[in-house]
Design a protein around this ligand. Structure first.
Ligand code: CDP
Length: 785
């Protein structure tokens, strides 16, 4: 490595059009549904209508007899092969197919394998299950009540519904800060359960070759290598015989990180039947049974001096994990990274207590465009700071500015132990305020109030921790988190780059080629990027939690620099000079003081196969497994302006300004796309997206009539700004950005609605802020019309 390069020039900071779009826009993507293999069978899943019930019996005889049905798989059959239960990515267990009980609505009971999909689905209706309903536990508070039924009575040592208790920070120092505080401000809120709902649901085609024993699983996987290892461990199949191929993916957002029963049963069925088995999940299956996100109850307090200085933070949080603790969670951080909750503020003492509970719901907690609970933490602190501003009677922007971690304090160690690599928060806030016209808006807000109109201005100045991770701290099921790049330059100077991460729409084929172009001067269009095939890419932990750029992006730089080092030796040989006499400029080495005596990277590549010196290995390639020294800490300041209708409780977004800092931007167009997507998702959570349950545990939100996704019609327009504070340890100074706006924006939307009502004493409206909830708040504050 030759140090950090942070200047935006050449191939960095250039909005190269996305290579991958050429095939997507002509309908030539290759998704799971496009994969058709000879003699392929189809699988459908029978799901439980009950949230909690004992299974007395399952009668599959009528289904088995339906012409075209090849097999019906139940938990009993899987149990014979020790496959009725599987480990989760948090080291808990989850049923593949239910045997003793069902513990959530939508739980997988049996699978039909048939000659076509229609027969498979028809046969589901012929399966008779005798259930004995049990009381359902549908909130973590109820789950922790000593009288609650024990949901995981299948686990020997589990005598209640507690999963974990986790603390971070310094309890004593925090108590002291609160004892000495002039003012203590409290916020109690809930970040509701929502679902990533990618456009493409989950699915696979499992193909076990009975002759060779080769297991090929085409699956919607955000982490194919980790999944291969888990498959090998669960099934006992030799890992070298398992190939996971993750083709084009229609959105992941964390939903395609866990391993779901459908993948396992399809693979087991293919193994037993000797034919490929395809499983395509339907929308309801996806919404009710795959990884949910959030569902955190948060109760916290901020200690302040009279002049507004923040002195302490304590937060208690309780999470509803569903019936299995299943989210990918590094073992060192049981509750994820919730303790980033001190956010962008220089708070000297903090203490966080987090607890998780089992409930009769689908396993939850996937990092929906988020790094393991960062979203909830960021939401909480940005809501709490806003509350503190009202209680102190100061401007929310100024309270933030007063307490920002000063630019000269980076690297900064937070009270909960994170070392923030870099930051410079004021310029981002200034820019957001300037762009939104903050001063004028505050005057307009006052004027409007006199006229009986309610305008709200919401801010959020978030900090994130992304890029898992330093392997000393981060793992999945013990597999350390790093990522990889393998770069080979062909004789004609074209290159192939293979990565351990896996794009689900983020544009990796373009941006990672730009990194190679930046490092070697090979044009990005001459670099093919391959991902998602475990036989043909180096081992890596996959793509989620904005980790690809900080890890595989860095690995790409390092691999390219290794290639450049060898290219230099070759150039010295070709130019008959010493290496020390050579200088590099993008695309070529030349002799110092004689720029005409040069060799381009393409000429050098050709020589690597045709004219390399005696004793040197042929070829021009390198591999890097990159273990980042730290996470990266992107940040931003968002401002949202709303007007609330006093008659209906409806709120309209008037303006959204988002200023993001993700260090060096490789491809600004892609970064902006990521941010706009995140701002839309943030709006969705603030306005409409909610999965909820009735008293019996029936999931409300199991289809797109009930689970509302914003369309282009409702989605506001966005104005974007940028500051650039490069990561000091990333080879090109880049930080992750994939999740930033999903993490940062929900608080800005809520703060805006609350701000419109705050003068009348309103301090909170829980998400999603449906018009009935806002109207109730208006009514209580005496503002309703
Ligand atoms: O892991 P994931 O790809 O979801 O997230 P990311 O690495 O934060 O980046 C999302 C996309 O934005 C990637 O395709 C990156 O190449 C691009 N990006 C960029 O161009 N510059 C950055 N500093 C960060 C990301």
């Amino acid at each position: 490595m030759t140090g950090v390069e942070t200047e935006h020039k050449g191939w960095l900071g250039r909005s190269v059009k996305r290579k991958e779009d050429a095939r997507f826009i002509v309908g030539r993507g290759n998704y799971i549904e496009d994969i058709v293999l000879p003699r392929m069978l189809h699988m459908a899943i029978l799901r439980s209508p009950y949230a909690h019930a004992k299974i007395n019996s399952i009668d599959t005889s009528a289904a088995t007899e339906l012409p075209g049905v090849v097999a019906v798989v139940t938990g009993e059959l899987l149990a014979e092969h020790k496959l009725a239960w599987m480990p989760t990515l948090s080291g808990d267990t989850q049923a593949v197919l239910a045997t003793d009980k069902v513990r959530m609505q939508g739980q997988e009971i049996a699978c039909v394998i048939a000659e076509d999909r229609y027969i498979a689905h028809d046969a589901l209706e012929l399966i008779e299950v005798d259930y004995e309903p049990l009381p359902a536990v549908i909130s973590p508070q109820a789950a922790l009540d000593p009288t609650a039924p024990v949901i995981r009575d299948d686990k020997e040592d589990q005598t209640d519904n507690k999963i974990y208790h986790w603390e971070a920070g310094d309890a004593e120092a925090t108590e002291k800060a609160f004892a000495e505080a002039d003012k203590v401000v409290r916020l109690v809120t809930h970040y509701p359960r929502c679902h990533p709902a990618p456009l493409e649901c989950c699915g696979c085609v499992a193909d076990v070759n009975p002759a060779t024993g080769k297991v090929t699983i085409h699956m919607t996987s955000q982490a194919p290598h980790a999944h291969r290892t888990v498959f090998a461990l669960v099934t006992g199949l030799p890992e070298q015989d398992i190939q996971i191929i993750s083709p084009d993916i229609g959105g992941g957002f964390g939903n395609k990180v866990p391993i779901y029963p459908g993948y396992v049963v399809a693979t087991a069925a293919s193994l037993l039947l000797g034919r490929p088995v395809k499983w395509i999940e339907d929308r309801t299956g996806n919404l009710i049974s795959t990884g949910f996100a959030r569902d955190f109850y948060m109760d916290g307090e901020l200690a302040l001096k009279q002049d507004g200085t923040m002195t302490g933070l304590r937060v208690k949080m309780l999470s509803d994990q569903g019936y299995a603790y299943a989210d990918a969670q590094p073992s060192k951080f049981k509750a994820g990274l919730f303790h980033i909750v001190t956010g962008s503020y220089d708070i000297p003492a903090a203490h966080v207590v987090t607890e998780g509970a089992y409930t009769n719901k689908a396993p939850g907690g996937v990092a929906y465009r988020c790094s393991f609970r960062v979203t909830e933490a960021s939401f909480f602190i940005e809501r709490l700071v806003q509350t503190a501003a009202y209680e102190l009677g100061v401007d929310p922007a100024e309270l933030r500015r007063q307490n920002f971690i000063p630019a000269d304090k980076f690297p900064y160690t937070s009270a909960t132990g994170f070392e923030y690599d870099s930051g410079n928060y004021e310029p981002a806030l200034d820019q957001a305020l300037e762009r939104v016209g903050y001063k004028k808006l505050r005057e307009e807000q006052k004027r409007a109030r006199k006229e009986g109109r309610l305008i709200g201005i919401g801010l959020a100045s978030f900090t994130e921790v992304v890029g898992a991770g330093p392997s000393r701290q981060f793992d999945i099921l013990g597999i350390k988190m790093f990522d990889s790049a393998e770069l080979r330059v062909h004789p004609t100077g074209k290159a192939i780059l293979k990565l351990g991460v896996k794009s689900q729409g983020q544009g990796h084929e373009t941006t990672f080629a730009q990194i190679v172009a930046h490092e070697l001067g090979i044009p990005a269009e001459d670099v093919t990027v391959r991902e998602g095939d475990t036989d043909n890419t180096p081992y890596g932990l996959g793509t989620y939690a904005s980790r690809s750029t900080p890890t595989a992006g860095a690995a790409t730089s390092v691999a390219a620099r290794k290639v450049r080092d060898k290219a230099k030796k070759l150039a010295a040989h070709l130019l008959e000079t010493a290496e020390d006499d050579l200088e590099w400029e993008p695309g070529k080495f030349f002799v110092k003081g004689a720029p005409d005596r040069s060799k381009t990277i393409q000429e050098i590549a050709f020589a690597a196969y045709t004219d390399h010196p005696q004793g040197m290995e042929a070829g021009l390639e390198a591999v890097n497994y990159y273990d980042p020294p730290n996470m990266t800490y992107p940040f931003g300041s968002y401002a949202v302006v709303v007007e609330v209708d006093r008659g209906t409780g409806q709120w309209d977004v008037k303006k959204v300004v988002a200023v993001d800092d993700c260090g060096t931007r490789i491809n600004p167009m892609i970064v902006e796309g990521q941010i706009m997507g995140g701002l839309t998702e943030g709006y969705a959570m603030a306005a409409m997206q909610l999965i909820t349950f009735d008293e019996e545990g029936n999931c409300i939100g199991s289809n797109f009539m009930d689970y509302l996704l914003p369309t282009s019609w409702e989605t506001p327009s966005f104005e974007l700004g940028e500051t650039t504070t490069p990561s000091p340890h990333h080879p090109i100074g880049a930080k992750g950005v994939g999740e930033s706006a999903t993490v940062g924006s929900p608080a800005a939307y809520v703060n805006a609605v609350v701000d419109a009502l705050a003068h009348a004493g309103v301090r909170n409206v829980d998400m999603p802020m449906t018009s009935d909830k806002v109207w109730a708040a208006l009514n209580e504050a005496g503002l309703a019309e």
